[in-house]
Design a binder for this molecule. Sequence first.
Ligand code: MCN
Ligand code: MOS
Length: 735
Amino acid sequence: MTVTETTAVLGAGIDRVDGPAKVTGRAAYPSDAAYPDLAYAALVGSAVAAGRISHIDAAAACAERGVLTVLTHENAPKLERGTSPPFAPATPPPLQEDRILHHGQYVAVVVADTPQAAAAAARLVAVSYETSEPLLDAADERGELLTDPWGFDTQRGDVAAGMAAAEISYEATFATAENTNNPLGLFATVAAWNGDAVTVHDATQFTSNVQASVAQAFGLPQTAVRVLAPYLGGGFGSGLRVWPHTMLTVLAARTVGRPVKTVLTRPQMFSGVGHRVDTVQTLKLGAKRDGELTAIDHEALQTVALEDDNVEPVAYGSSVGYACPNVSTRDLQRRLNIPVPGSMRAPGEAQGNFALESALDELSYELGIDPLQLRLRNYAEQHPGSGLPWSSKALRECFAVGAERFGWFSREPAVGAMRDRGRCVGYGMAGATYGWWQAHCEARATIAGDGSAFVRSAANDIGTGTYTVMRQLSAELLGLDPARVRFDLGDSDMPYAPQAGGSGLTGALGNAIDDACKRLLQRFLDLTADDDESPLRGCSLDDVTTTDGGIRRRDDPGSGERYEAILARHGVTDLTADGESNPPDPGQTGMALTGAFGAKFVEVRVDPELGLLRVVRVVSVIDGGRILNEKLARSQIVGATVGGIGQAMFEETITDAPSGRIANATFGDYLVAVNADMPDIDVVFVGAPDRNTATGTKGVGEIGLVGVAAAIANAVYHATGRRLRSLPITLDQLM
Ligand code: MCN
Ligand code: MOS
């Protein structure tokens, strides 16, 4: 009963099942939650980045018509810090003291009858500060330096010996800018108390954790907190953590005794829901003349907020990318007076891969080896750290198929040798690996009396397609038409689910549903076990298949029964089973935990006089294990490629010194890649079902972004001879 093949229901891809609700406006996003008597909160942010509040005067704001209350550190009740599951650590609880840790830190919440009244009164809250000099720069040595903050550093072999054995050595420093996630949907929270229990509608990628976190912060049992998050207007990682505005909304609603809604402003989205940290990275490589790597040494310094535990393995990725015997990777953090960071699509890999894949490109020129050949020369046949076999790896095929589709072999190897109508033409490529972050997940499956299915889990669909692929998967497992399966998510009353993050939800949830459906089938077989009237009498799970709305014998596909017939005959109204999935244990499976792989090929054109850079073609070949819905998976890779182009060429969050204010916190000033910047994006999936889990999927949400920036920078070098080691690549660097 394992689903590993492409079937009529799975693979090719059906349209999004939530599409009609979204385009007709029926899909209720968190900010759409409506309550009679709803009040509105507006948040006041600190105007300085460091120091303390010397005086705060809310009298003028309180006196405004329609204002219900103003909460500040002087009158806010105590809040505990929320829960900290991996990759979604709790943020410091708001309004607990007079210290200021960053610009934009919430110093007051104004609650009023209308959003307009709240926003107007928020401007009347008078705050005086005792300012101290903020730490804003990663290079500022006064900021505390954390080494190996999460135990991710890796050490294998002997890097010094590897360097000594090298015939050619390489060292360079790379820098990547701070980026901001910028989902289109402004994050919002609506909180409504009912006695001692609270319902929270929240913009989140992790419903179950908002429930646990709010419960912990407010000293409630989890059963007193219900979190609803059926839709999210994008997240790209910013919805992984529970942010202060969520806690403040719950607090405000309790204070005024009415439901309260908070919708962040766009500038607050820059300081209040995380960002991709900037990095400075030093990369050293040692190699033989034939291209064999003898040593990799990667040290990455990233920034982090004061009193925060953001996690971002930047250098770490260099330990698993290639088959090098001597590797050291070290991640360092500098604590600064900056807003709390968070994950942004492919956190860590996005920055670290840029350094590694740029460095390999440079090395290939020094060695006179084709960049693609250099990657193949160092192909990791086993997981380089553990030596265990991969549970699936088709990176070689990614390279081969990509090179073929792109026309890599027609590339003129010399720098600046390719021209077209006055433009310098460059071909660049990069390899991409993504980690494996599947977490414990639960699901519940029911077959109703009419033979239709009802499957649920507290998981999230953040625009990815969870609703669709889980309905498909359930239909396939139970042998039902997808139209007869209702799959629902986004409610913390449903079985626990981990974050839609780390590209791990499809694996975690898919395998939990697989387990639930198998247990459900077992319950049916328990009913028919000694049922003389059933053709399934005595059958075990291994003896049957599911199709046409019921169960059939494998040895005699003509004999079987529909679910409703079994239920009716036994006088049972419906049957339910709970299932779960856990990360496979390499100690038991003998296989490494294996994420997605990819190969990126890019063509750029550079105007040699104006420095104008255009990406004209991207070929992205991905090994995502078994693909559940190719249409949606492709959409993931296209979207992530757009994000990668943004990272490479446009996105840069700029902090003003010494105020610590984000200087470009609007869509007018913060550039993202738009339609007019988009090249032709060709996406291909290769590979086989992953052997580590029942459903055989690997994540595809982030791998599409990894490698795009390096491939672009490498293509720029090929076109122009300019080696650009800092992102974003801007016009002035190319003049
Ligand atoms: N899929 C598939 N076959 C697979 C794996 C995935 O068909 N083998 C498809 C499915 O449609 C699935 C989607 O790809 O819903 C993403 O699955 P997965 O890779 O498991 O990623 P998650 O469900 O964990 O989603 C999170 C991931 C991350 S970490 C970020 S960041 C991100 C991303 O997804 N943010 C997104 N994609 C996004 N897409 C949209 N529209 N909006 C975001 O904010
Ligand atoms: Mo994705 S950055 O792990 O939500």
